[in-house]
Design a protein around this ligand. Structure first.
Ligand code: DGN
Length: 263
């Protein structure tokens, strides 16, 4: 049985890559809800309905656990999911705590979707750390849409990113949290827009190592020594969807299987 990984679209592939690096023998099934991306400005009810659809699809395929590789979906629906499904469910959360520990000047910038930034879950997280840290949050409208098309550095994307990052630089942040799994693919271009001393933090690595820990603890680790398989499902109507997935996955055609429309 496999590990399911879901996202509103292709962003969670950044997390999937970390999971594969930590868990070579696990079978991974990725489900992109690209037809309904972005989630950033949808209501909690709508997001929860979409995420439940993806969960039911995966549940029919004998998964042993699911990673919600989307900060927005986690904030909107993780509680309901945990009530309904009784396998381990691992969510995302902007890396506020690691960033707080890393920051020397105690000024931290956070890029995420408006859905994540406005959620009760995120407010509680920030509040917990705002005693000694000054946080500056920035919703990034339009970025997910570009990344969904495979754009990781066009002039239009760079202009948009600059618009979001420049105000954070003016505030003298020394740490930048990428609070949306899509944005991890922009690390190389973000690096060109910020001074070297600013550290970029995201959550994929931490989630992958936590997942491994959960599998070991619950005795769910695959004991088979063969390489794990990777399957991608999307509902994108874009003709280039398979190419975008292949490019973001970045590991050659023999390393995955593209399954096309799931719903
Ligand atoms: N990748 C998602 C996240 O981490 O928040 C959300 C993207 C979106 O659909 N807006």
């Amino acid at each position: 049985n496999a590990i399911g990984v879901i996202d509103s679209g292709v962003g969670g592939i950044s997390v999937l890559k970390c999971i594969r690096a930590h868990l070579l023998h696990e079978n991974l099934i990725y489900v992109a809800d690209s037809k309904f991306a972005p989630y950033g400005e949808k209501s909690n009810e709508e997001i929860t309905r979409r995420v439940l659809t993806a969960f039911e699809f995966l549940n029919k395929q004998d998964v042993k656990c699911i990673v919600v590789a989307c900060n927005t979906a986690t904030a909107a629906s993780i509680q309901i999911l945990r009530e309904r499904f009784h396998f381990p469910i691992i969510g995302m959360e902007p890396a506020v705590k690691p960033a707080s520990l890393m920051s020397k000047n105690k000024i931290v910038g956070i890029l995420a979707t408006s859905g994540t930034l406005l959620s009760a879950k995120f407010s509680a997280l920030l509040e917990h750390h705002s005693n000694d840290i000054h946080f500056i949050t920035q919703p990034c409208f339009g970025l997910v849409e570009l990344i969904e098309q495979g754009d990781l550095g066009s002039p239009a994307l760079i202009a948009l990113l600059k618009k979001y990052i420049d105000p954070l630089l003016k505030e003298k942040i020394d740490t930048l949290v990428l609070g949306c799994t899509h944005y991890s693919f922009l690390k190389p271009v973000i690096q060109t827009l910020i001074p070297d001393h600013i550290k970029i933090v995201d959550t994929g690595e931490a989630v992958a190592s936590y997942l491994k820990h959960v599998l070991i603890e619950k005795d769910l680790l695959n004991q088979n020594s063969a390489s794990g398989t990777t399957h991608f499902w999307t509902n994108s109507l874009d003709q280039n969807a398979d190419k975008v997935i292949a490019e973001l996955w970045g590991q050659g055609p023999e390393s995955f299987n593209y399954r096309g429309l799931w719903v």
